[in-house]
Design a protein around this ligand. Sequence first.
Ligand SMILES: CC(C)(COP(=O)(O)OP(=O)(O)OC[C@H]1O[C@@H](n2cnc3c(N)ncnc32)[C@H](O)[C@@H]1OP(=O)(O)O)[C@@H](O)C(=O)NCCC(=O)NCCS
Length: 202
Amino acid sequence: MSPTTTALGPRTIRADDLLLRPLAETDEPAVAEALQDPGILRWAAGRSVTEAPPRDRARAWLAPRLSCWDNGAAVFAVADPVRGTLLGSLSIREINRLPDQAVVTYWVTPAARGRGLAARALQTAARWAFTPVADGGLGLHRVTLDHAVPNVGSCRVATGAGFRLEGTMRDFYVDADGARHDSHLHARLASDTGEEQPASAR
Ligand SMILES: CC(C)(COP(=O)(O)OP(=O)(O)OC[C@H]1O[C@@H](n2cnc3c(N)ncnc32)[C@H](O)[C@@H]1OP(=O)(O)O)[C@@H](O)C(=O)NCCC(=O)NCCS
């Protein structure tokens, strides 16, 4: 843990139609299925996962995320609010590496796509991140995310959740095949108002 990151306790956040809950060992089969998806492997899994043999990828992805709360990161399963089954993942990382700031990443399983789930999960996570510490939140001022420019769906998710496009970072992202891509930087501030678009279930 970097000296400036913050240890957290695992948290569960309920919204109307989704649950953000800590990941569990029992999520491994659902993670293994999600990691079959080329989009998740290309844009969201990370090199340590894509470079592992396919049978080891779910463990390689899940293990560090089960203990993340001690290391200044909040990694949630985006889950069905009734059954608790995993529909995706959302991570808030680098919390307070820069004062009052953090970085968010996300993916949604192919079966759960097409109904605005990532944008709603982002909106839910941002509200928690901007809630004062005294009220149970992270007390942040600025949350950023980045996505490779060709990942147009992620750009729609970001802007729909009120994360304003701030610019393009050249050659920022190296994908699973080693190709470099320019990335968009998006950010949402605690003081931003009126930028969320309704991302209701379709
Ligand atoms: C990006 C991702 C999380 C979006 O999942 P989702 O919440 O189910 O998103 P939806 O399918 O509801 O689409 C959200 C928006 O993106 C648009 N979109 C989705 N895929 C798109 C594509 N390939 N091209 C253009 N637009 C696309 C939708 O039309 C929708 O637009 P709207 O808000 O204007 O209606 C999901 O596709 C995913 O997990 N992809 C692989 C991993 C990834 O890219 N993670 C982000 C890394 S930065």
